[in-house]
Design a protein around this ligand. Sequence first.
Ligand SMILES: [Zn+2]
Length: 281
Amino acid sequence: MLNKLSESIYYLSNQDDRERPALGLVCGEKHSLIIDAGNSTQHAKEFLLEIQNLNVPPVKYVVITHAHWDHFLGMNEFDASVIVNSQTNELMKEWQSFSYDDRSLQKYVSQDLMNVKCAEIIKDDIPNRNDFKLNSPNIIFEKTITIDLGNKVCLLEQVKSTHADDSTIVYVPDEKVIFLGDCAYGTTTNSLFHFKQALLLPMIEDIQKFDAKMSLLGHESIYDSDEMNLYWQELTAANQAVKSKSLEDAKENFVAEIKREPNDNELFFIQAFVNDQIINS
Ligand SMILES: [Zn+2]
C-alpha cells in the first residue's frame, strides 16, 4: 500500500530485510514523477501496481537520487524518462556494462564490484536475468533542474552529501516536502562506517535552503521538521566534538561543549566521525 503524504505526494515504505529503499511519487495535473526506481524489477513492478490503483496522471519521469544499486536497478520497468545528475550518470555506466547471469554476478562479488546482498537480491527479484541489461538514463543535468508536472513543480538539486558525492535531492515547494534519498546517512569505506565530516555543514546548509515541513529519507521514510531538526542537531553536536582520531577525546569534548553526556544517536555519530578521521589520516 502506498502512503499518502499530501494531496499530490505518495510513497512506498522502505523494506529493510529486502534492502528496499522508500520510493516516492509526485503527481501534477498532467504527469507524475517517481523518486528512485527500486532495487529490482520485482520492487519496481510492485510499486507500479500500487500506482495503477490510484487515479493519477501517467508516470513521465523517474529521478534516481544517487548511483547505489538499490535505488536504480528497477529502472527498466518504467516507461518514462530517467533523470540523473551527470556524476550519477558516470557512476551508473559500470552497471550498464554488467551482465546479470549467475556466473557474472559471482565474478563481480569476488572482485568486490558488488556486495553479496546485492547479488542475492538480483537473483531473487530480477527474473530472466540472462539477457538483462540496465538502460541508460535519458535526462542528464548539471547541478539543478526544474520539472513541471502540470501546475506542480519539482526542484532537483545535486548536493555533495555525507553518504555520496552524487546525491540528488527533490523538493516540492507547493507541499513543502523534500526527498533526501540517502543524503543524511554515512557510508562504508574499507569496512569502516563513517560520515564524511568535511561535507556535513555545507550539506545541511544546502538542504535547509529549502523550507521543508516533511523530509523523506531513503531507508526510514518520513521525518517532520522537528524530527529532522533534532537529527541535524545531534549530527552537528557530534561533528563538533570530533577533532582527532581519539574517541575518548571526542566524548570529553562533547561533554565540555554541550554540558551533558551524548545520547545513543550522538555516540553512534561520534564513532562515525572518528572513523572518518581515521580514514582521512
Ligand atoms: Zn545509498
